[in-house]
Design a protein around this ligand. Structure first.
Ligand SMILES: CC(=O)SCCNC(=O)CCNC(=O)[C@H](O)C(C)(C)COP(=O)(O)OP(=O)(O)OC[C@H]1O[C@@H](n2cnc3c(N)ncnc32)[C@H](O)[C@@H]1OP(=O)(O)O
Ligand SMILES: CC(C)C(=O)C(=O)O
Ligand SMILES: [Mg+2]
Length: 573
């Protein structure tokens, strides 16, 4: 077949390609993530530095408290040397005895400049557990353009910065602070692997990690530059070549420039990373940091405990929106307004069948649905696990089919429509959505349903209304039925006989000129207990029409008579 694509007119000659790693014996593709990594939230640093309007102290505190409540144990709380706001915030949480739980380590970022390092370490006085995080760029364009130095010059910045952090920590922090150190060769993604390794080794030679003295080496995709697979190769390569690996916490810090930060983080974990740095909902520079919520929920959805509490995801979102003054996209994984909602017919059909099958399976096994494996098509997780209801799982518009509409009636009104009745009613809804466009709400669906099938006692429509009925069965099993009714506005008594109340009623209706035959009949209870209502569905041939009727009543015979009346009146409508 001819290729009909056209070459674009965009200037592709401007861009180079990322380096691939010579790692034919890579092992990460076989790996599985079976436990949660260490998480570090950098919402208050990398997230905050990317806001048009950085967080006020109150917003910072709300974010910090949220992160603690969710269960993050490592939180980068700012860049204290950036100015008074960050410095004061760090001081405020250290000085508030209730702010930082004993098992939470705060960390702060600094450039490798002595005045900034001194101010940074100073901000941590009195902290129980604190990490200083030092960075300098190591990639070629930064060496040439930003630092205007050789490889050795750049390595020396990292070494000197590490030494200064150690000296100031020694000088300014007492024994009360459990002190930790983290180093990031910034733009690791563009740095030659052997040079990134050389710098990290030089930093370690200075810091001297060992038993009880961990170093965190954080390898940032400051700008995401390659496929996640090459990023993973780079992690596997570094993990293999780093000395003192058992004293190194290897950390991944993806940004989302190519839209693959989540995959980059996951593949890096498969390739040996121990820790992930990111922000809630992917806040951060440019396209954002990797989204910690998606990563955590991806684990959860595979039955791996993320060790972070996402059970009230909307509360997390509300606090996040307040702190960042931004909105979460309606399609954002796990949290967006629309991510548990289906509009389209085939999705809705499958979802309804999935819920029904789960219920049936649980019933058959004598357990609750929470005890069996989640298997609802199109819903990767149970929305209830993150505090959502099933209300919005199905929304109906012109793309919807019978399954979705039936789901709404079952979920909201306990009416389990027979399949052919679903088809009949969905055509009525389809005609409405096609004519009016847009979405039809569950309330409007119910209004249409009542108007179509369930005459309102205050505003009865149709030829026939029935009041009380009485039936007797003789020794031969023949039912005789007497019903008080209104036919064409006139009160009358209808009498008929047959081999059951429905056929007796058909017989009685013959007397007022209604020719009706039974095609299908189904009923179910709508609730448990003494006041339980029953729903009866009846499919009839009335003259040359085939249609359904429904009746709802505490008494099943009355429900079935009402269903017949519903069908007969619809035929005459
Ligand atoms: C990828 C990241 O997210 S890195 C974190 C970035 N975050 C931030 O920068 C937020 C907070 N930063 C700030 O508020 C300011 O940058 C400050 C207050 C820290 C410093 O401000 P300034 O002193 O005006 O310096 P500025 O930020 O412009 O830095 C540029 C200078 O620092 C040098 N520099 C940049 N990064 C580093 C580093 N990591 N280590 C050492 N020097 C560095 C540059 O080469 C440049 O030096 P030059 O002036 O000799 O050319
Ligand atoms: C400071 C470093 C770790 C950073 O945020 C980045 O490189 O993206
Ligand atoms: Mg970053």
């Amino acid at each position: 077949m001819a290729n009909r694509q056209q070459p674009s007119s965009m200037p592709i000659q401007k861009y180079g390609r990322y380096e691939q790693v010579d790692l034919a014996d890579r092992t990460w593709p076989q790996a599985r993530i079976t436990t949660a990594p260490r998480w570090l939230s950098t919402d208050l640093r990398d997230g905050n530095q990317a806001l048009i309007d950085p967080m006020s102290p109150a917003r910072k505190r709300a974010m910090f408290d949220l992160l603690v409540k969710m269960g993050y144990k490592e939180i980068e709380v700012g860049f204290p040397a950036s100015g008074q706001t960050d410095f004061d915030f760090v001081r405020s949480i250290i000085e508030d005895p209730d702010a930082i739980p004993d098992d939470v380590t705060i960390s702060v970022l600094t450039q490798a400049r002595e005045d900034l390092i001194e101010r940074t370490v100073e901000s941590l006085k009195g902290a129980r557990r604190a990490t200083v995080h030092l960075y300098n760029a190591t990639a070629p364009v930064f060496r040439r353009v930003v630092f205007r130095g050789s490889k050795d010059d750049i390595k020396q910045i990292a070494v000197d910065g590490t030494r200064l952090v150690m000296e100031y920590a020694e000088k300014l922090l007492g024994d009360e602070t459990e002190f930790g150190y983290q180093y990031s060769p910034e733009i690791f993604t563009d740095t030659e692997l052997d040079f990134a390794l050389e710098v990290c080794e030089a930093v370690m030679d200075t810091y001297r990690p060992g038993p009880g003295r961990e170093i965190i080496l954080n390898l940032p995709a400051t700008v995401e530059r390659s496929t996640p697979s090459t990023h993973a190769d780079r992690f596997e390569w570094m993990g293999r070549h780093l000395s003192r690996r058992e004293h190194v916490c290897l950390s991944v810090h993806p940004h989302n420039d190519r839209g693959t930060a989540v995959a980059a983080a996951e593949l890096a974990l498969m390739a040996g990373a121990d820790r992930v740095e990111g922000c809630l909902f992917g806040q951060g520079e440019r396209t954002g940091n990797v989204d910690l919520v998606t990563l955590g929920m991806n684990l959860f959805s595979q039955g791996v405990d993320p060790q972070i509490d996402f059970s009230d995801i909307d509360e997390i979102r509300r606090t996040w929106e307040y702190c960042n003054q931004m909105e979460v996209h309606p399609r954002h994984p796990y949290v967006g307004d629309l991510v548990y909602t289906s509009f389209s017919g085939s999705h809705q059909d499958a979802i309804k069948k999935g819920f029904d099958a789960m219920e049936a399976d649980a019933k058959a096994r004598g357990v609750t649905v929470d005890d069996i494996e989640w298997a609802v098509p199109y819903l990767p997780i149970d929305p209830k696990d993150v505090g959502r209801s099933y209300e919005a799982v199905i929304r109906v518009n012109s793309q919807s089919g019978k399954g979705g509409i039936a789901y709404v009636l079952k979920n909201d009104h306990k009416l389990d429509l027979p399949r052919r009745m679903q088809i009949e009613f969905s055509k009525i809804i389809q005609a409405k959505t096609d004519a009016e466009g847009g979405e039809i709400t569950p309330t409007a669906i119910w209004d249409v349903f009542q108007d179509e099938y369930l005459p309102n006692p205050d505003n009865p429509w149709g030829r026939i209304q029935v009041a009380n009925g009485q039936s007797t069965t003789d020794r031969d099993g023949v039912d005789t039925l007497t019903v008080e009714a209104t036919v064409d506005g006139e009160r009358t008594t209808l009498t008929g006989s047959g081999n059951g109340p429905i056929s007796a009623f058909f017989d009685a209706l013959g007397a007022v000129g209604v020719d009706v035959r039974l095609l299908d009949y189904q009923e179910h209870t709508m609730s448990e207990g003494a006041s339980a209502q029953a729903a009866s569905y009846i499919e009839c041939a009335i003259g040359d029409k085939v249609l359904w009727g429904i009746g709802i009543d505490a008494n099943t015979t009355r429900a079935s008579l009402k269903a017949v009346v519903s069908a007969v009146n619809r035929a005459a409508r």
